[in-house]
Design a protein around this ligand. Sequence first.
Ligand code: PEP
Ligand code: MG
Length: 581
Amino acid sequence: MLVLKGIPASHGIAIGKAFLFGSEEPPATRRSITETEISTEVMRFEEALIQTRHQILDIQRRLADEMGQEHAEIFNAHLLVLEDQSLREEVLGGLKAQLVNVEAIFNDVIRRHLRAFSRTNDEYLRDRTADIEDVRKRILRNLTGRQRNVLEQIDEPVVVVAHALSPSETALMHKRHVLAFVTDVGGRTGHTAIMAKSLGIPAVVGVEVATKRIEKGGRLVVDGTRGEVVVDPDAETIRRYEVEQRRWQEISRQLLQLKDLPAETLDGRRVTLSANLEVPDEIPSVIAHGAEGIGLYRTEFFYMNRTDFPSEEEQFQAYKTVAERMAPQSVIVRTVDLGGDKFLSPLDLPTEMNPFMGWRAIRFCLARPDVFRVQLRAILRASAYGNLKLMFPMISGLEELRRANEILHGVKQELTREKQAYASDLEIGAMIEVPSAALTCDLLAGEVKFFSIGTNDLIQYALAVDRVNEKIAYLYEPSHPAVIRLLKQIIEAGHRAGLWVGMCGEMAGEPALALLLLGLGLDEFSVSPIQVPLIKKVVRSIEYRAAQAIAQHAMGFRTGKEVEAFLISHLRQLVPDLVEG
Ligand code: PEP
Ligand code: MG
């Protein structure tokens, strides 16, 4: 028995047989050609590109039908690779210069790009290597006539194990007997992880050695909550996980019964419990889990995998649909949080050394008011159809916030002149996710109606720990005294200025940490839809006074580990079911 550790990408436990997927490499054997054969090779290449394009369009159609347009659009990145003119030119140039067959030349060229991609610091671009790798194999298979349709052949429940799993491959698993998946590479924010969550299957990514250590047909336990994979578990381990699996199913069933009850402490303090939304497809799940609105609507999806910017009309329609479907509950739309180059063609290389600290989010928007204004117009117009709020990401100081508000004000005046309807009282908030903003909340408070704490970023900046680097993941501690001091300061400064303070980072969805946040006075928790009932249970199990005492006590510890152990011991007393095992 062997336990492999990875990154938890999608919650749940699965037990089943391993299905090793995609380890075979399509052959790209090298052979010399004569000058007269060049035109045949060019033709073969063009045909393979066309065939690949048809295959991808076909997957897109299937996905749009089965899962919605947003998921289908993930494949625009693949189509962009196929259309990349420089890739074509490099292949044609290579054919003439080297006089070898097109499989070999194409493979050399695309691998060069892949190597450059895998070295970049930009997490988004690194995640795109899976898309390019997928296109590489498809083209090679089409060139060599070797089709690999093993995923389509799955006819019994299996755990899919792969080096990398591209979105197109993940999509093929839809409605098949896939219990879970495990990959060597990948980050929490890759499209595959996002897909796994919406498919509702457990997934562990970034295991590094999964395909080396797991054998075909071997038995596995995948724990997507802890990010662990047990290889060849013994009977006792399987029994333990089966018990845990049943226990969780039963707990989830019970928690769902709280769906229509308020998130209120035993002594009557009510907090808002809302959900984070990536794509409008998830709204049924948001509603089914009893969330009170959307606390973070990430709008990056519109901007990714395309060479142009989304139009006002396209965005307006999407925001309007979400506003209408969630009304009268509120939806906080976050203006776009792109990193430098995230929206460019997949084969353009990033120019930034530190994209997380670079030309990102509000910095990009303020530098490109033309792009920013289009989004603001779309959000404002949609605000006439429901209860929208708006917030700006990555605010680092007062001037930035003022500048964003000025642009917003200008857009409102423009809409008024055009006699376009919008909610003139639209609430504006600032995300607090940069330490400089956290330390100057009192100064920012005058410009907004609420704060929403983005702990995913705040923790990485406060502790200098890259949030997607698995090597230093052990340092990424939400319970670190530095983090909880910052949180206390933000919440208190917000309250002193009469604002409500929410949190939309992943920390808000952790039951033990939720006790602390509740006690610190947090007003709103925005978590992934499946975590909503869990956090509601925690809030409904304690008196506010007791949570305040817990928070005060937690502030006195010297290390994050001590804080965590203390909070877990309280959670165990209050809701033992959530901690057992
Ligand atoms: C955060 O930083 O906590 C957050 C919610 O934003 P994102 O994860 O999109 O950066
Ligand atoms: Mg953030």
